[in-house]
Design a protein around this ligand. Sequence first.
Ligand SMILES: Cc1ncc(C[n+]2csc(CCOP(=O)(O)OP(=O)(O)O)c2C)c(N)n1
Ligand SMILES: [Mg+2]
Length: 620
Amino acid sequence: MKTRRITMAQALIQFLKQQYVERDGREHAFFAGVLGIFGHGNVAGIGQALQQNPDFPYILVRNEQSGVHMATGFAKASNRLRTFACTSSIGPGATNMITGAALATINRLPVLLLPGDIFARRNVAPVLQQIESPSTQDIGVNDCFKPVSRYWDRIYRPEQLITSLPEAMRVLTSPSDCGAVTLALPQDVQTEAYEYPEELFSKRVWLIRRVEPDRVSLNRAVERIRSAQRPLIVAGGGVLMSEASQALSEFAIKTGIPVAETQAGKGSLAWDHAQEVGAIGATGTLAANRLANDADLVIGIGTRYSDFTSASMTAFQNPDVRFVNMNTAEFDAYKVGAIPVVADARVALEQLGSALSSHRVSAEYAAVIADLKTKWEAEVDQLFHLKNPGKPAQSEIIGAIWEASGERDVLLSAAGSHPGDLHKLWRTRSPNGYHMEYGYSCMGYEIPGAIGAKMADPSREVYVFLGDGTYLMMPTEIVTSVQEGVKIIIVLVDNHGFASIGSLSRSLGQAGFGTSYRARNAKTGQLDGESLKVDFEANARSLGAHTIKAETLDDLKSALKEAKAQDRTTVIVVETDPAISVHGYDSWWDVAVAEVSESAGVREARGRYDEARKRERHHL
Ligand SMILES: Cc1ncc(C[n+]2csc(CCOP(=O)(O)OP(=O)(O)O)c2C)c(N)n1
Ligand SMILES: [Mg+2]
């Protein structure tokens, strides 16, 4: 057997460079490089290996968590066909990546995490940043990655790479099982040399399978669709990941079945497609939520039925409603008592479409769909042009960005009040034009996620819709965007705190307690003093961004033009009128209210809550 004597870290990098994926006859290198931060736990191992592989890009980030977000944004915008590996030192560098790991796994997006780990040889323990346990020496902070990873291993001996790496790749390239993969790398083992088989470093192409549906399940789904009077499709992220938009469009045109979209599935169809009825669930449109309420059949495609999609299990009120789920993951396919069609979305849609031959929804149902869609589009037009005197309303800002952006541009966001507003109002023009991280809804994903999305396709302009709260949590990857020459446009909406959680708090009878950015008031002892003054523009400029302050809607419109012409990351700061928000449309979200309280407001909210919960259903 031919071998090569190299260190474990060198072997790992050599291996990553040779991994490819194939789908529909197209081949891509799977890893675009490594993101991370060096410390004593990886500099001599992975750091040294990267230095001698200059053809495998290393990107220095500002925080390990946001490094993982960047990799995840890249993977999402690449429909899971590419990703980055992320390296960290031991201890805090490693645990910084746990939030990123959870986000990737929840969103079923592949990222490879390589946290440094404590010495395997142990004689020098406890080393800097090592957590100790009196009951075992076989534990460390990297064990915290286990529940948030789809595959986890610790490489105590260099030869373990030979069996661990193919498993890591199997999970990373699996359409049903992918998520974060963590290989914890003890810092001493990273530097140990071993005679690795040469074959480990030859090119390997992983086939991303398009799983075919089982005949019996497909036939049962066909029968169910044929007998339904008011069917509704719920398009989830799986449609985009499978690149099934065209197949879905043809299926919807042929059958006339309306398509509602989850946060991850938004943009599966273009907004002006005749069958597209927009967002569903807690942040849904009136059109989609009315159709969902009465549907006798829900066809879930690539969705995991989060509480936002099911409006906390109140979205589907027809007593006879039944479900058909098409999903690559058996786990999701079986949800809500559905007929499970375990298959790739595109393949399943094509086969279902031909099996249904000329079946179509009734003319009466088609008229209901068309009417609801027309009314909804009029509502969006109105919300885009409120002509609010003074500061613009958030819906007007969304409208202005939409009007300024082009056919293939991307709108990206994750947490705050805007994901709800954007889910309802954004008019997605092309697949992946709406990039919302709403599995983990993680404040701080936005800027690094956008850098990842831009790196995945530099020909698309990426607009980040960002709250002031989120900006303050993690603005620092702006520095990385400047370092890498990766331009994004950030629209920073300043409403002096948490509009989202503030209005949630008010709806729970808690008067917005602790949700606005105010100084401690000496008189009350509470955070209800002077409004805190943060100069966001100066802050973003100090990190290297081009910045613009917009006072009015017209200012914003010209700022967006200026931003487009820039080749550097641009931050537009705009204050909104917090009094004007977009309301819900026949929707509900279960956030449990205190059962007993000294506050009359909370007691009233609990009364409303008890009433609303009566609509929650089991779908068995
Ligand atoms: C890391 C993280 N911490 C806390 C939350 C809970 N949370 C959701 S939205 C939000 C407020 C966001 O404020 P901002 O970015 O200003 O947006 P706004 O609500 O004002 O639109 C908070 C605290 C979260 N989603 N992520
Ligand atoms: Mg805010």
